[in-house]
Design a protein around this ligand. Structure first.
Ligand code: SAH
Ligand code: SF4
Ligand code: F3S
Length: 465
């Protein structure tokens, strides 16, 4: 963003803010409702949308009926995600009928696709504006335009500019925070829409990342996740391992974690840095494998082999024997045979992941894999393979979690259970979900929990002194 654009942005922000303040003085407080879909990167973007809206005088509400501004922060990674977002956008119709002044902004990855923008323009007349992820910081400009010109705006901004800095953030939790270190992706895995909707890789300056982490730690944050589609290709005056080493030197009682890593870019130096700072680096590595068949990995343009992947796993476990390993798997990529799928199951048996996020392949238009319709795996075959994968992984995850039984773990408490007001949930340093009864103010606190029972997805225990 150049100086002129920044001045324009600030002017817009002030205009919207002044209008909202005047309205509030006249007894009409303005409210913003935000719903975020998709990955952690989008969650982090949602916190920026909220930060900007609050800066402009909107008060946050979790009740869409009360809102004057609705922001839907969409995801496009699978068809299901888009359909869900479209259905929620559709619900805004009746809200708009009740409140003709309601502004509905659709943000996020879906709106970086021309065809979706056209669809929203034509089929969803109550959508006031769209804002793609690379233009997120222009929320004040979008609002100012629709307020002044009384017409709808559809932004399809440029995505190769620098990462915008200084955007206000309202964090959901004071004790656990996301810090984006890079945006975009250059990998073009053949199934994936992300490089098209998030643009090319842009890394933030290391000093800015370090300053943000320092501030978070000073404000009492205990667990910080560095975010990027491929954090291993972070590049500024240092690489990712270099950045981590500098962040690990920041004093305080906090843990650092990161996601996501691409297996082709995991360096020995990164593993060394993780092992060197055991009290700072969370013993967890999320490393998407996607498939256990070299033939499919090649068709996915992943640029590593299963043997290379297993080599990284060996190195990680040699350096950090108790490390938690998690992964993403796509079932039913075009052309996947029973033999390819058996190789994936075999890889799961070999690695023994703590947790696997598995997805049915979903064709994304514009990506190379989606054009090979003749090779699509029939839905019933995909579902059957998916069920077999889940059954195997449940067994493996249960065995992995059982290893925690009888042990006492330090757990950072996140939330209270909806069903039972005495039950709380938190996570171990290794990222395991733990449920336990507690009393008093424990959210945001570390507690020691003796693990009594494990299931494939979580640990259950009691607090001990
Ligand atoms: N940058 C990260 C995350 C990308 S999206 C990475 O490279 O790992 C998160 C996961 O969604 C991917 O790891 C992949 O398993 C899954 N995914 C992406 N596109 C998909 C598609 N078209 N169909 C099914 N799953 C998909
Ligand atoms: Fe998508 Fe591959 Fe980039 Fe991950 S690395 S965001 S899967 S293209
Ligand atoms: Fe979805 Fe965009 Fe994340 S497509 S998974 S919200 S990067």
């Amino acid at each position: 963003m150049n100086i002129q654009e920044n001045e324009q942005l600030q002017a817009c922000l002030q205009k919207v803010k002044q209008k909202n303040m005047r309205d509030a003085e006249n007894g009409k407080q303005r409210y913003v409702y935000i719903q975020t879909f998709g990955c952690q990167q989008n969650e982090a973007d949602g916190e920026k949308l909220r930060g900007m809206a609050e800066e402009m005088g909107y008060r946050y509400t979790t009740d869409a009926e009360q809102a004057d501004l609705i922001l839907l922060n969409t995801c496009a990674v699978r068809e299901h995600a888009e359909l869900k977002a479209l259905s929620i956008i559709g619900n805004c119709k009746h809200l708009r009928e009740k409140n003709p002044e309601l502004i509905v902004g659709v943000c996020g990855c879906m709106t970086a696709q021309q065809k979706r923008v056209e669809q929203l323009k034509k089929g969803y007349p109550y959508v006031t504006f769209t804002l793609e992820p690379a233009s997120l910081h222009l929320l004040p400009v979008a609002l100012c335009r629709v307020m002044e010109e009384h017409r709808r705006r559809f932004f399809l901004g440029d995505d190769d500019g620098e990462a915008a800095e200084g955007v206000p953030i309202t964090r959901t939790h004071p004790h656990r925070a996301y810090v984006s270190i890079m945006y975009g992706c250059n990998n073009f895995c053949t199934y994936c829409i992300v490089p098209y909707v998030r643009g090319r890789e842009r890394s933030r300056e290391s000093e800015r990342v370090i300053a943000e982490v320092r501030e978070l730690v000073a404000s009492g944050c205990r667990d910080i996740t560095l975010l990027g589609q491929n954090v291993n290709s972070y590049k500024s005056d240092c690489d990712f391992a270099g950045l981590l080493a500098r962040l690990c030197e920041i004093p305080g009682d906090f843990l650092l974690r990161f996601m996501t890593s691409h297996p082709k870019d995991v360096s020995d130096r990164l593993i060394e840095v993780m092992a060197k700072y055991p009290h700072r680096m969370a013993p967890h590595f999320h490393l998407p494998l996607q498939s256990g068949s070299d033939r499919i990995l090649s068709a996915m343009n992943r640029r590593y082999t299963v043997a290379h992947y297993l080599g990284i796993v060996d190195k990680l476990r040699a350096a950090m024997p108790d490390i938690t390993l998690t992964s993403d798997i796509i079932v039913g990529f075009p052309g996947e045979t029973e033999e390819d799928f058996a190789a994936t199951l075999d890889a799961l048996r070999r690695v023994r992941f703590d947790m696997v996020y598995s997805f049915l392949y979903s064709p994304r238009s514009g990506t190379p894999a989606a054009e090979r319709e003749e090779r699509f795996v029939p839905d019933e075959v995909k579902s059957e393979r998916f069920a077999r994968l889940l059954a195997l992984q449940d067994e493996i995850a249960l065995a992995a979690n059982r290893r925690y039984e009888g042990k006492t773990e330090r757990v950072l408490t996140d939330s209270i259970s909806r069903g039972d007001r005495n039950m709380y949930s938190g996570r171990t340093a290794s990222g395991k979900l733990v449920h336990y009864p507690a009393e008093g103010e424990v959210i945001g606190q570390f507690v020691h929990v003796k693990i009594e029972r494990a299931d494939p997805y979580a640990l259950h225990g009691v607090i001990v002194e």
